[in-house]
Design a binder for this molecule. Structure first.
Ligand code: NDP
Length: 283
């Protein structure tokens, strides 16, 4: 019998994850199914248990359950612990192991799909919510020159900067002082090689007012959000001099590829899947 996987969310009907994993499974000849499951807002844990009892082997978790999934897991990967959120569950008997593949997905999209090396770069991260928190450690692991976290509510950015500047990166160096924080006004006069929008402003069609001159020559603007056309943030960034613009569709595919390889022990080819999703989005 095919092994079962799913994504839990609420709402969930819009999810592209079943299509992505169906393509991965077909391309790697894996005998598995992957479905979108709507969990009641107050019934996430019960939905997970029911899925395990029905033979489920693993699951993805999306809005609004990533923090609850973190609390549910008996064992957590190091990156899930740093993120404070879980987007990938692996069921081992009745034990639930939690991981977070969002940050790895972002880094892989930027470095491999977009060919933009992060080592030595000045990175500006806009936002201090769950998505921002989840990518900070994976970004620091690429050994950038610096990371500035700017948020509408600067105290949240400052708390994140304080927490992550205490974390050593694997190769030994200590990045203390290179992680800084403020609000959108604080970045006036600075310039960055990579500007990542991890706010939810685009969801409501809003853009973020950025000071002039923050995009250095050759810079990349990256919006975690994606949609049919260019997002409001990317339109603004292009107008302010970003040399390259990319949305978060590649991050979505790459975080899925990472989850798939954790479950199945096979790394799926992702570029053709990304191209197919992009074509569907434009249609
Ligand atoms: P949260 O609700 O946790 O955080 C929202 C953040 O956006 C906060 O920092 C908030 O600031 C800021 N914000 C909201 N509205 C505005 C605005 N109008 N102007 C400036 N800042 C604003 O959301 P998440 O972190 O979970 O998600 C953020 C985005 O990332 C979403 O668009 C989501 O779709 C996307 N995402 C994409 C993924 C992908 O695979 N491509 C994966 C995960 C997330 P404040 O603190 O002041 O309220």
């Amino acid at each position: 019998m095919s092994e079962r996987y799913c994504v839990f969310g609420n709402p969930i009907a819009h999810s592209k994850s079943p299509a992505i994993h169906a393509l991965f499974a077909a391309n790697t000849a894996q005998d598995m199914t992957y479905e979108a499951l709507l969990a009641p807002v107050d019934g996430f844990a019960a939905s997970v248990r029911a899925f395990i009892e029905a033979g489920g082997r693993g699951a993805n978790v999306t809005v609004p359950f990533k923090e609850e999934a973190f609390r549910l897991c008996k064992q957590l990967s190091e990156r899930a612990q740093h993120a404070g959120a879980v987007n990938t569950l692996i069921f081992r008997g009745i034990e639930i192991f939690g991981d977070n593949t969002d940050g790895a997905g972002l880094v892989r999209d930027i470095t491999q799909n977009l060919g933009f090396a992060l080592a030595g770069k000045r990175i500006l991260l806009l936002g201090a919510g769950g998505a921002a928190r989840g990518v900070i450690k994976p970004l620091l692991d690429t050994r950038p020159d610096s990371l500035f976290i700017a948020n509408r509510s600067p105290e949240k950015a400052a708390a994140l900067a304080a927490e992550f500047s205490e974390i050593a990166i694997p190769q030994g160096d200590f990045l203390r002082g290179a992680v800084d924080a403020g609000n959108m006004a604080t970045i006036a006069g600075k310039s960055f090689d990579l500007v990542i929008n991890a706010t939810s402003a685009s969801l409501s069609g809003e853009t973020i007012l950025l000071p002039a001159g923050i995009f250095s020559p050759g810079s990349l603007a990256y919006d975690m959000m994606y949609g049919k056309g260019e997002t409001p943030f990317l339109q603004t960034a292009r107008g302010q001099g970003a040399a390259r613009c990319a949305d978060g569709l590649g991050m979505l595919v790459e975080q899925a590829a990472e989850a798939f390889s954790l479950w199945r022990g096979v790394v799926p080819e992702s570029s053709s899947v990304l191209a197919e999703l992009r074509a569907n989005l434009a249609a």
